[in-house]
Design a protein around this ligand. Structure first.
Ligand SMILES: Cc1ncc(C[n+]2csc(CCOP(=O)(O)OP(=O)(O)O)c2C)c(N)n1
Ligand SMILES: [Mg+2]
Length: 1007
């Protein structure tokens, strides 16, 4: 039976051009196979077949204009599937998931209720304590009889009822200032606590010694002792019991270490035998090979560090998106689900960075139960307390609980357990709740007596609680983050949590053990020197087996290889699969598609106008047909797919959504319907450039963190790229990211109407600050094709640790065929090639260098110069001033250092050295962009550019304003030639008059 395949609903578009036929008569096709590509003035999209069968006739040809309902093909079908039916329905999955959740819920309900002794909380605001007690008793009965879930349900119902009755009192997100896990519910560590303590003490010592030794030698080196001193237990418990390394059987947990705790991580690696004393002694001396970097920097220690974290706030953000990306890879079937975790260690001060909390909602929404944050709440940042007048742990608890995280507070150590159990009046918890962080910090800078008087002394009942304890005992009352039992229990619970991310808020002491000069004092953060007295105290505090003499010499301590400590530490890591951190790569390179895949971009577009953004989307659509590349592409878009004409991707490869699509989209009948899918390929990040960039980094480093090479392509408004998320771009370079950043709608005058905040005239300059970023500003579709293919080859086939920044534009124009010159492709990649020459008059010549859309103004200006002023010219398309500069710098440096040898000729010089006439360059970027190559050529060189704030107007008016339109190019060209005494000044004056150029207009930078 023959069926008709018609043009489906293509939204608002009509009479859209057929640009490709993907099938012919006689072909057998399957449901959803693409048959035809159509293209509007904004985007191209493939039409999939809704019928499987054999093609009887093709009823359209390339160039035809089609609208909804037009006949495309006749197909002899075996079966027809209506468009209704292909709307993705994940109902079954949803039911399955719901069943799993229900099962889990049941499991939770079946948990044994924890018995607890009842407490009477004294509250001065309580107008009827007896009634209060009645309610509390009822709750205790429910807890005992029916468990936590039931109690929680009842409380929720009470709140709902009160809310309905108008009692709109804000519900607090906080729990009392005590540990989330009660002692009786703690999972006990199986480790040998004595050995672990000894190991931890040695790590503490060696970490501090490393910093102190470095600063004794070179006081300028700096370093930190206090951060790791507060976090040692948090790391040790993870290292000994939880973090599984990558090996040939397992993908490995991913740990983001707090930047300033690096010395502790090196100190452990020293005991593990991974680093030697010489290396420890080269802490912060990285210029000679083998030095240890100040903070986690994969660029400088590519076999050790995995994640750069020291720019505060980036770690939390990157970790969240790393965990999300891990789920993405699992859901797309690209890696196995092995229960791997992402752990991120963060400072409590660091949590003030907007980036730290900015993505926690996403983590909860995406149910990232593979993510664990550990916030080291030492209550201090650099200058002083994080929240002197408040409580950072409570504040963070509120934020994270509100966002839907599983919050585990680890506030008090085991020595407090009996005190809290004996707190029958509830007054101890009340004091804990009332004491602000400033006081908590001050107490740890003082002594036991001070704590007795100022903390326990607040109420007679609490004072009585500690009456049998000596001041020393009180001083020993430890904080949760320093208690390996409490930390173990928290990690265990976090690791088993399902359905939400977990944050552990661990209370610690900054500079723990550092004594009077460094413990809990406001200057702890910057303490990098310890005097002999402090060192002796530190040794005694942690029982480090060093003599006084050895302490004075600040010697490292490493037990013999066959000592119980070294055996233990190694055995623990062997059990957990290897060392952490370790950066390795076992991914396979991606074979780049055949050269001809982009051949269609080397032909002229004829009369057809298109933007380079459209050309890019066409190119990506083609790439999605290459079986090696297609599954590896990760298109990332922050809510701008329609702006860039990429909505065709929604149907074709789907938008990643871990829950599939639970609703029928409003536009479900349309070809480019908003299709969310658990296996979706597009990461649609919403209005969130920092998140999109974090996703891009996760995908761009997938080759090392997941051993699978991926090709992330993040497309954004170029203005909201480097300028907005520059620090992440820098971290990407450090991380050795490989992938494409596409600055779309680029150029100060090309993105016409949008105005000052949108018009980018400098992103290439910011890109040039990142050493391993390769950037291009192409004008024509063949340039884009050559650049992109080379990017694929260099990064994903040859595995160079570089990333590409390419700007594309939204201005539609005709694209010519690639010039015949055999060196053209090489020139495109090196940064410039001659695109055209006007050579009719052979008298006066000028060299014109143009970039991006301004190249077209150059070409037009050159034509006027030829036709109206008899001036010849050579026009060069500069695809990358940045690449030209890099080459020029290298040549210049070589030549200066090797004056006796054959001198190198920079590529700029090779192109322009023997040409005639002065040089004038222009781009849609600041003059500084083209000025970058000025030093590499011994000729008169002038730049035009778009310095100054952008503003909304037409392209024509904007180019006139910034003086980069063809008229200004002619006038400035004539002026340059006059200045070089090649023509009379009158021509320049004529042109200025003719084009109404106001010579008194101030520089656009002042307007
Ligand atoms: C973006 C950024 N701003 C400032 C700094 C400088 N800085 C380094 S550590 C630090 C204080 C860190 O305090 P916290 O996060 O509480 O960590 P702690 O050392 O107390 O564990 C500051 C301000 C930085 N590294 N990154
Ligand atoms: Mg802190």
């Amino acid at each position: 039976m023959s069926e008709k395949l018609l043009v489906p609903d293509i939204g608002e578009f009509e009479k859209v051009e057929v640009i490709e036929l993907l099938v012919k008569v006689g072909d057998k096709i399957n449901l959803n196979d693409a048959v035809v590509t159509i293209e509007s003035d904004k985007s191209s999209v493939e039409i999939p077949s809704t019928i499987s069968g054999t093609i009887d006739s093709v009823n359209v040809k390339v160039g035809d204009k089609v609208s909804k309902g037009d006949l495309l093909l006749n197909i002899s079908s075996s079966k027809k599937v209506s468009t209704e039916k292909i709307i993705p329905k994940d109902t079954e999955n949803i039911i399955k998931e719901a069943e799993i959740i229900l099962k889990n819920k049941k499991k939770i309900i079946q948990q044994k209720p924890v018995k607890k002794e009842q407490q009477i909380i004294v509250n001065e605001n309580d107008i009827d304590p007896l009634e209060t007690q009645d309610w509390i008793e009822s709750l205790s009965v429910v807890l005992e009889k029916d468990g936590n879930q039931r109690a929680h349900f009842l409380i929720k119902e009470l709140i709902n009822k009160a809310y309905k009755e108008g009692a709109n009192i804000p519900y607090t997100q906080n729990t009392p200032y005590i540990n989330t896990i009660p002692p009786e519910a703690e999972t006990k560590s199986t480790g040998d606590q004595n050995i672990e303590r000894r190991i931890r003490s040695l790590i503490r010592w060696n970490a501090a010694a490393m910093v102190v030794r470095a600063n004794k030698k070179f006081p300028e080196l700096g370093g930190h002792i206090g951060t790791f001193a507060s976090a040692a237990t948090l790391y040790d418990v993870g290292m000994n019991h939880f973090w599984r390394a990558k090996n040939n059987k397992f993908g490995g947990d991913l740990v983001y270490f707090q930047g300033h705790s690096a010395p502790g991580i090196y100190a452990r690696a020293f005991l593990e035998g991974r680093l030697n004393e010489k290396q420890l002694d080269s802490f912060r001396q990285e210029v000679k090979p083998g030095g240890l970097s100040s903070y986690p920097h994969p660029w400088l220690m590519p076999k050790f560090w995995q994640f750069p974290t020291v720019s505060m706030g980036l770690g939390p953000m990157l970790a969240i998106y790393q965990a999300r990306y891990m789920k993405y890879l699992i859901n797309r079937g690209l890696i196995k689900d092995e229960g791997r975790k992402v752990w991120a260690f963060l400072g409590d001060g660091e949590m003030d960075e907007p980036e730290s909390l900015g993505a926690i909602g996403l983590a909860a929404r995406e149910k990232l139960d593979n993510l664990i944050f550990v916030v080291n709440c030492n209550l201090q940042r650099l200058d002083g307390p994080v929240r002197g007048n408040g409580k950072i742990i409570q504040e963070l608890e509120g934020s994270f609980r509100g966002a839907g995280w599983n919050v585990i507070k680890v506030i008090w150590g085991s020595y407090w357990d009996s005190l809290i159990a004996n707190d029958k009046t509830g007054l101890l918890v009340k004091v804990m709740n009332e004491t602000v962080d400033g006081e908590y910090q001050a107490m740890k800078a003082r002594n036991g007596l001070y704590v007795r008087e100022n903390f326990f002394g607040k109420y007679p009942e609490t004072k009585e609680l500690v009456s049998s304890l000596s001041d020393k005992d009180i001083w020993r009352l430890n904080r949760g983050g320093h208690d390996p039992h409490k930390v173990y229990a928290a990690y265990d619970k976090a690791s088993k949590n399902q359905g939400s991310p977990t944050v552990i808020l661990a209370k610690t002491i900054k500079g723990y053990g550092m004594g009077k000069t460094g413990e809990s004092v406001n200057t702890t953060h910057q303490t990098k020197k310890l005097d002999v007295e402090d060192l002796l105290y530190y040794r005694d505090r942690f029982d480090v087996p060093l003599t006084d003499e050895q302490v004075k010499n600040i010697q490292y301590f490493k037990p013999e290889d066959n000592s119980s400590e070294i055996k233990y530490i190694k055995e623990r890591r062997i059990n957990l699969g290897g060392f952490i951190p370790e950066r390795t790569t076992y991914s396979k390179p991606i074979k780049v598609p055949p050269k001809n895949i982009f051949d269609f971009m080397k032909k002229s577009t004829g009369d057809k106008q298109m933007s380079t953004t459209m050309a890019l989307v066409r190119m990506l659509t083609n790439l999605l047909r290459d079986k090696n590349v297609a599954p590896k592409l990760v298109p990332i878009i922050p809510d701008e797919a329609r702006t860039f004409g990429m909505e065709g991707f929604f149907q074709k490869i789907g938008i990643y959504a871990h829950e599939g699509q639970k609703y029928e989209p409003e536009d479900s009948k349309q070809l480019s319907s908003y299709r969310e899918d658990k296996k979706g390929q597009v990461l649609e990040e919403g209005i969130n450039e920092a998140g999109a960039m974090s996703s891009w980094i996760a995908a761009a480093t997938s080759y090392t963190n997941h051993d699978i090479e991926m090709i992330p392509i993040y497309i954004f408004y170029s203005m909201f790229g480097f300028q907005r998320t520059g620090d992440l771009a820098w971290a990407a370079g450090d991380s050795q990211a490989r992938g494409f950043l596409i600055g779309a709608t680029a150029g100060r005058t090309t993105l016409a109407g949008e105005g000052l905040q949108h018009q980018d005239g400098h992103s290439h300059l910011i890109a040039s600050t990142i050493p391993n970023c390769v950037s291009y500003d192409p004008t024509f579709h063949y340039e884009l094709a050559v650049i992109f293919r080379e990017g694929l080859r260099r990064m994903h086939e040859k595995n160079e640790n570089i990333f590409y920044y390419i700007t594309t534009m939204n201005e539609n124009y005709v694209h010519p065929a690639i010039p015949k010159d055999k060196n053209c492709e090489e020139g495109i990649l090196k940064g410039m090639y001659k695109i055209k020459e006007f050579n009719k008059f052979k008298k006066i010549k000028i060299q014109l260098l143009g970039s991006g859309t301004i190249l077209r103004e150059m070409l037009a200006g050159a034509e006027i110069l030829q036709n109206e002023y008899q001036i010849d010219s050579e026009i060069w398309s500069v695809t990358s001033f940045n690449e030209l500069r890099k080459d020029g710098m290298e040549a210049e440096r070589y030549n200066l250092l090797n004056q006796d040898k054959k001198q190198k000729v920079s590529y700029v010089e090779q192109c322009l050295g023997k040409t005639e006439g002065p040089i004038m360059a222009a781009s849609d970027y600041m003059r500084m962009n083209s000025d970058q190559i000025r030093p590499f050529i011994n000729k008169s060189f002038y730049s035009l550019g778009t310095d100054g704030y952008g503003r909304s107007d037409t392209r024509k008016n904007l180019r006139n304003f910034f003086e980069v339109d063809k008229e200004h190019i002619v006038a400035y060209g004539l002026s340059v030639l006059a200045k070089e005494q090649l023509i009379a000044t009158k021509y320049m004056k004529q042109a200025i008059k003719k084009y109404n150029i106001d010579i008194n207009k101030p520089m656009p930078t002042k307007l």
